[in-house]
Design a protein around this ligand. Structure first.
Ligand SMILES: NC(=O)c1ccc[n+]([C@@H]2O[C@H](COP(=O)([O-])OP(=O)(O)OC[C@H]3O[C@@H](n4cnc5c(N)ncnc54)[C@H](OP(=O)(O)O)[C@@H]3O)[C@@H](O)[C@H]2O)c1
Length: 245
């Protein structure tokens, strides 16, 4: 269809199936390995340095890849043994060993980003965070832009909930777009990289087409002004404490 960026995680328990899918398209000659960006994430319970090393090699094996393009720390799970210095130290060694190409973090606050950057001898490539019109992440977005770190927007459709918003619907109608395309196009206008999940062919097609659509600036501004604030993903234990404030 044209998708080239794959987001998975040890937590999703589908790395083997994802690897099989990748092998199938590469073997068929439709796609070259170097055209793909394959990202996965270390499960929070594996985040102690030694366990992270084993888990990353296991991901590489399950995905059946020579290298993983982007390996994330899934959550800043300090309570489970995550350490900026030691865990990211292992990630950095694995870059040197050729197993991963880039180091990413997910669900990190600005303060955590600062500490991670200071602790790691290699650049942090991306922070993957919940990001949609109901969780606009303006400060974190500015910070990441300044540091030249990619913002990967997860749950970019607010798990489908934002699609019912009346303003989003009106903007969609006016521009002959779907509500999902409005959300994705708005995120792209911010310089972010949204990773929507879709399980039907129509949704997949609709979302991919959003990459080529441009929203008028007055519509972008109206979405910027939405005052609803909702975080849909907030798992216990591993989420940053700051989220509860
Ligand atoms: N790093 C993290 O901690 C973290 C946490 C959560 C998610 N993620 C990543 O982010 C991805 C997306 O997040 P998400 O699944 O939470 O939420 P989402 O992408 O915001 O929303 C998915 C929902 O939107 C619907 N949808 C998709 N495209 C649509 C379209 N064009 N029109 C109408 N409805 C549409 C889907 O329905 P259908 O399934 O019927 O198409 C599904 O119900 C995940 O797959 C995962 O890779 C990362």
């Amino acid at each position: 269809m044209g998708y080239r960026f794959i987001d998975t995680a040890q937590a999703y328990r589908n790395e083997k199936a994802v690897g099989e899918g990748i092998a199938e398209v590469i073997n068929s000659g439709k796609v070259k390995r170097e055209e793909l960006i394959v990202a996965t994430k270390v499960f929070p319970a594996n985040i102690r340095p030694k366990a992270a090393r084993r888990a990353i090699y296991k991901s590489q094996k399950s995905l059946n890849l020579e290298y993983i393009d982007l390996m994330y720390v899934h959550y800043p799970a300090f309570v489970l043994g995550y350490s900026h210095k030691k865990t990211l130290g292992v990630f950095s060694e694995l870059v040197d060993e050729g197993v991963i190409n880039n180091i990413g973090v997910s669900n990190f606050t600005i303060k955590m980003m600062e500490d991670a950057i200071e602790s790691c001898d290699k650049p942090i490539f991306a922070n993957q965070i919940e990001h949609h019109p109901y969780l606009q992440q303006k400060e974190l977005m500015e910070y990441l832009k300044q540091k030249n770190i990619a913002l990967i927007s997860y749950s970019p459709l607010g798990r489908g909930k934002v699609l019912d918003n009346i303003l989003i619907k009106n903007i969609a109608e006016k521009n002959k777009m779907s509500s999902a395309q409005v959300c994705l196009s708005w995120l792209i206008s911010k310089g972010a990289y949204p990773i929507p999940k879709a399980s039907s062919f129509d949704h997949l097609k609709d979302n991919l087409a959003a990459g080529k659509l441009i929203l008028p600036s007055e519509d972008i501004q109206q979405i910027d002004e939405i005052s609803i604030s909702k975080r849909y993903i907030h798992p216990p234990v591993v989420s940053p404490k700051e989220w509860s404030k």
